[in-house]
Write a protein that binds this ligand. Structure first.
Ligand SMILES: [Zn+2]
Length: 219
């Protein structure tokens, strides 16, 4: 059977880091990032991949049905017994319903846990608005939490360090607002099913430990 876990988190919540940590501790889980999956589908030139590419070329969002088709084809091609960790999908309650319908009709499993990574908004803003990036190698620094040794110079490659134009307070607050609007109904949807777990993600290890504790030991 399939056991599906969903990771939810605002920009800057540490979702990517937590997913990476989980992949290391639980290599038996299959990590599905929709971004990667979309790119793979487009590269493969499959019919759904082409459909997705058409939307993206026109600057449109890929429709829920197309994303769902890419996810379902991926799962159907994989093992019949697996724990899937979804990252970046579902993004809306409409997508969550499609996913549940697919899982139900396939009779192969269900979504068992949804982890909402929580970080106080002030911290999120500070994390992103303080971010500095090396122009040459892409290494990420932070103005106060992880400053480069020499001002505006990369520790690794001596490249030039800069702040991305949209990593400012105002844009971050706006991105958070979009995230909250988008996920409010999704959080209600999973909350009503009593499978939503709020995980404190202020500290990296604490979030990881909380998720591992909820999931229990490897079987
Ligand atoms: Zn560098």
């Amino acid at each position: 059977m399939w056991d599906v876990l969903v990771l939810l988190g605002a920009p800057g919540s540490g979702k990517g880091t937590t997913a990476g940590d989980l992949a290391e501790v639980r290599p038996d889980w299959i990590h599905l990032s929709t971004g990667d999956m979309l790119r793979d589908a487009i590269k493969s030139g499959s019919p759904v991949g082409l459909e997705a590419k058409q939307c993206m070329d026109q600057g449109q969002l890929v429709p829920d049905e197309v994303v769902m088709k890419i996810v379902s084809e991926y799962m159907e091609a994989g093992p019949t017994d697996a724990v899937y960790l979804f990252d970046g999908f579902p993004r809306t309650d409409a997508q969550a319903q499609l996913l549940d319908e697919f899982l139900e009709s396939s009779g192969k499993g269900h979504v068992s846990h949804v982890f909402l990574l929580e970080v106080p908004e002030e911290v999120l803003v500070d994390r992103i608005a303080g971010r500095l990036i090396c122009r040459d190698c892409g290494k990420v620094f932070h103005r106060t939490n992880m400053p480069p040794t020499k001002e505006s110079m990369c520790d690794d490659c001596s490249g030039d360090i800069y702040q991305r134009p949209d990593d400012n307070r105002e844009t971050v607050l706006n991105r958070l607002k979009v995230f909250h609007n988008q996920t409010a109904s999704l959080i209600d949807y999973y909350g009503a099913k009593k499978i939503l777990h709020r995980v404190d993600c202020l500290y990296r290890d604490r979030a990881l430990d909380a998720i591992l504790t909820i999931m229990g030991p490897k079987s």
